[in-house]
Design a protein around this ligand. Structure first.
Ligand code: ARG
Length: 460
């Protein structure tokens, strides 16, 4: 059934129908569509626009449509143009003329704006919970690895020793920000567009505040033209998801490197690895690689929607129907990636010894050796030069600063004494760094406390 057949004298061309239709994908928010319609008729009755009996009949039929879709009895195959027409046609089929009153004071323009908001809002809650799970997993790993030493890198060159807890803490921060970005987005979008009509409101005495509160919005939107043409909330959501994928992708990249033969810092569990069809020895980090790879498609959805929206005059244009598939794809992708990634890092094995060994090599304690000189009266720039020469000597002898005999130190600077060795031990290097946010134990303890508190507040 067409919602708009009256003005037309010809049947729609079938190619036009399939080009124009959106039921094949927007059936995804059938629950939100029915929820919105129930709120709308409740408001229509309360405002005296339809009778209570009509409202009851419509709501009962909408409930039965809901049940039938849920049980699989009713499929999305009635040739309708979109989910809105589908539900309305089904309603009229079930209760006749009363069903025809559902769309009073409403347009598909405000209806679809509502449905998509309800849908995005639900999915924000879902992604938020997945991020909470990931944060919990990272926190547990941090607690376990405050004594797991590893090299910290800059330019992918070993720089200074840190702990695995500290390295993971950086990701805790990133995903905590991702989660709070979703909270902000949800807060900004939580206004109800229903009642905006096609673009200019309606002549019926709609109680928009009631509809908004029935649907758990903070209130109605204040400009009917913006209400039907605003897709900022989807763009913000896609941008939140893109940033989150960027973080997952960076983390995946590190997992892939750490899991490689060259590093052997961690081993991904067999259940989250895959094999090679030709090389029997291989155990590949496909899951991490796919998470990294799928980041591209989420960015793609963001760019596609930004591009779709950029030239649209007010108010509704059919171009906006293109807002959905990218959002759906991004949601599916991010949800899958977050949950698999969380399980993958929860089950990986950490090779503490290899990490510590790697931190020892590569002169990650050179800064601390220079700091020791500074603490013994040598200006920093001179200390930097002295340690640089010692490093060169060590490279020549293929040894570390820890293994270089004291006489060699003294040859370059007489200031050195035996306690230089204690000062450049990896454990000392890390544990002396206790400024807020640094890897030392005292600083880390404070941070873990703050994270625990943050996690408690994230509970639903
Ligand atoms: N399927 C349409 C969409 O997603 C619903 C709104 C249709 N409105 C219209 N004026 N044709 O945008």
């Amino acid at each position: 059934m067409k919602l708009w057949g009256g003005r037309f004298t010809k049947e729609e061309n079938s190619t036009v129908h399939s080009f124009n239709e959106s039921l094949s994908f927007d059936h995804r928010f059938w629950k939100q569509d029915i929820r919105g319609s129930k709120a709308h008729v409740t408001m229509l009755a309360s405002s005296g626009i339809i009778t209570d009996a009509e409202k009851e009949s419509i709501i009962n039929a909408l409930d039965s449509i809901y049940d039938d879709i849920e049980s699989g009895k009713l499929e999305f195959t009635n040739g309708a143009e979109d989910i809105h027409s589908f539900v309305e046609a089904e309603l009229i089929d079930r209760i006749g003329d009363t069903g025809k009153k559902l769309h009073t004071g409403r347009s598909r323009n405000d209806q679809v704006a509502l449905d998509m908001r309800l849908y995005v809002r639900d999915e924000i809650d879902c992604v938020k919970d997945l991020l909470t799970d990931l944060l919990k997993t990272i926190y547990d790993l941090m607690e376990k690895h405050t004594d797991t030493y590893m090299p910290g890198f800059t330019h992918l060159q070993k720089a200074q020793p840190v702990t695995l807890a500290h390295h993971l803490g950086a990701y805790f921060e990133m995903f905590k920000r991702d989660r709070s970005r979703l909270v902000d987005t949800r807060c900004r979008m939580n206004l109800c567009p229903l009642g905006a009509g096609a673009l200019a409101g309606t002549t019926y005495p709609l109680d928009r505040k009631l509809t908004a509160s029935l649907l758990d919005f903070d209130g109605p939107t204040l400009n009917s033209m913006d209400s039907v043409s605003d897709r900022d909330f989807s763009l913000e959501f896609l941008s939140d998801l893109s940033i989150c994928m960027m973080h997952l992708s960076r983390f995946s990249e590190e997992i892939i490197m750490w899991n490689s033969n060259e590093y052997r810092f961690i081993e991904i569990d067999d259940a989250y690895s895959t094999g090679s069809s030709i090389m029997p020895q291989k155990k590949n980090p496909d899951i991490a690689e796919l998470v990294r790879g799928k980041t591209g498609r989420v960015y793609g959805s963001l760019i596609a929607l930004l591009t779709t929206m950029k030239g649209l005059p007010l108010a509704y244009n059919k171009d906006m129907q293109e807002d959905k598939e990218g959002v759906f794809d991004a949601i599916d992708t991010v949800k899958q990636c977050l949950s698999l990634f969380t399980d993958m890092i929860a089950t990986m094995t950490v090779n503490k010894d290899n990490m510590a060994e790697s931190a020892k090599n590569g002169f990650t304690n050179a800064t601390d050796a220079a700091d020791w000189l500074v603490n013994h009266g040598v200006p920093f720039r001179d200390a930097h030069g002295i340690i640089g020469r010692l490093v060169l000597l060590c490279i020549d002898r293929d040894c570390s600063l820890d293994d270089l005999p004291l006489e060699e130190y003294k040859k370059i600077s007489p200031v050195f004494t035996e306690d230089i060795y204690e000062a450049i031990k990896m454990k000392t290097c890390v544990d002396k760094r206790n400024t807020i946010g640094a890897p030392g134990h005292v600083a880390m303890e404070q941070v873990l406390k703050a994270y625990k508190e943050a996690l408690t507040q994230m509970q639903p």
